[in-house]
Ligand binder design. Structure first.
Ligand code: CP
Ligand code: NVA
Length: 318
């Protein structure tokens, strides 16, 4: 990381109090926003006259809307820089683009392909980088997810979260976020798919710190047994389209359906970062009363507000 700037790259980089503070601030901004009352000038002028750059090389619904909404809440102007809008990758290098974009903006929300692109941005940007999804991490989703779990259950400590799906960007941050929140985590991935070893190491350390357990299994049924929260995501992440057929075969038996949810705790909830496909979860579960996917989707807005406040406006974390 360059120039002493604090970037949001991954939940693994945060301390437990820092992460908890982000979730609490997201809840705080949700309360203000939903009250319908005018916000204080401390909020509405915080980014007045400033641009919030959104360097997005992949498609997005939730991350785009929530980032634009959060920028406007703080009085800033969001500027969407999609892959077909700017010179990057066609006429201009990543380095030159980073130097130029950061020279005129307050921060860069970046949705990129590889984690190394986030690292390059952090290295060369003169303003904070907020990782808005790369192939390894999705920290904004994890802040939102813990807020959503807190709202659904009141308390996070002692809950069990089952992940049934790929060892991908979403679970990499969600596992650490959940463990930091005292939630036991059981990750079920198909045989032949391994969790990122760095995440497993961090998970073990955080597990010792908070007393929440962490396990990886190949058995969705054992992961879902007594789970309070069942979570999945697409089996084919953006950028993996060429492997679609192979991956769908690999994930046979991993659909979240009523057979699996029957094993869960009586108060179980279903979560999914969205967008969702039939193969990973049935309509019966996805649209059930136990599903909190749309509350979760909305909470992305408040997670973006908390991230801007902490990393761009630079209110102390924790
Ligand atoms: N969950 C999520 O990041 O959604 P989008 O891809 O629509 O931004
Ligand atoms: N794992 C998915 C998350 C989408 C929000 C992907 O990277 O495409």
């Amino acid at each position: 990381m360059s120039k002493g700037i604090k970037h949001l790259v991954s939940i693994s980089d945060l301390t437990t109090p820092e992460f908890t503070s982000l979730v609490n601030r997201a809840a705080h901004h949700k309360k203000i926003f939903k009250s319908g009352q005018p916000v204080s000038s401390e909020i509405s002028d915080a980014l007045k006259g400033k641009l919030v750059a959104m360097l997005f090389s992949k498609r997005s619904t939730r991350t785009r809307i929530s980032t634009e909404g959060a920028a406007v809440y703080f009085g800033g102007h969001p500027m969407f820089l999609g892959k077909d809008d700017i010179q990057l990758g066609v006429n201009e290098s990543f380095y030159d683009t980073t130097r130029i974009v950061s020279s005129m903006t307050s921060c860069i929300f970046a949705r990129v392909n590889s984690h190394s692109e986030i690292q390059q941005l952090c290295e060369h940007s003169s303003v904070p980088i907020i990782n808005s999804l790369c192939d390894t991490y999705h920290p904004l989703q994890a802040i939102c997810d813990i807020l959503t779990i807190k709202e659904a259950f009141g308390e996070t400590k002692g809950l069990k979260l089952a992940w049934v799906g790929d060892a991908n960007n979403v679970i990499n941050d969600l596992a650490i976020a959940a463990l930091r929140s005292g939630i036991h985590v059981s990750v079920a991935v198909p045989r032949g798919i391994e969790m990122n070893p760095t995440i497993v190491d961090v998970a073990k350390t955080v597990s010792q710190e908070t007393g929440a357990s962490f396990e990886v299994t190949n058995d969705p049924k054992s992961a879902c047994t007594d789970a309070n929260i069942i979570v999945t995501d697409t089996f084919v992440s953006m950028g993996e389209e060429a492997q679609k057929q192979i991956k769908l075969q690999q994930f046979s038996g991993f659909q979240v359906n009523s057979e699996l949810t029957k094993l869960a705790a009586p108060n179980w909830k279903f979560m999914h970062c969205l967008p969702r496909h039939q193969e990973e979860v049935t309509d019966e579960v996805f649209y059930s009363n136990n599903s909190i996917v749309f509350e979760e989707g909305e909470n992305r807005l408040y997670a973006a507000m908390a991230a801007i406040e902490a990393f761009v406006i630079k209110k102390e974390l924790a």
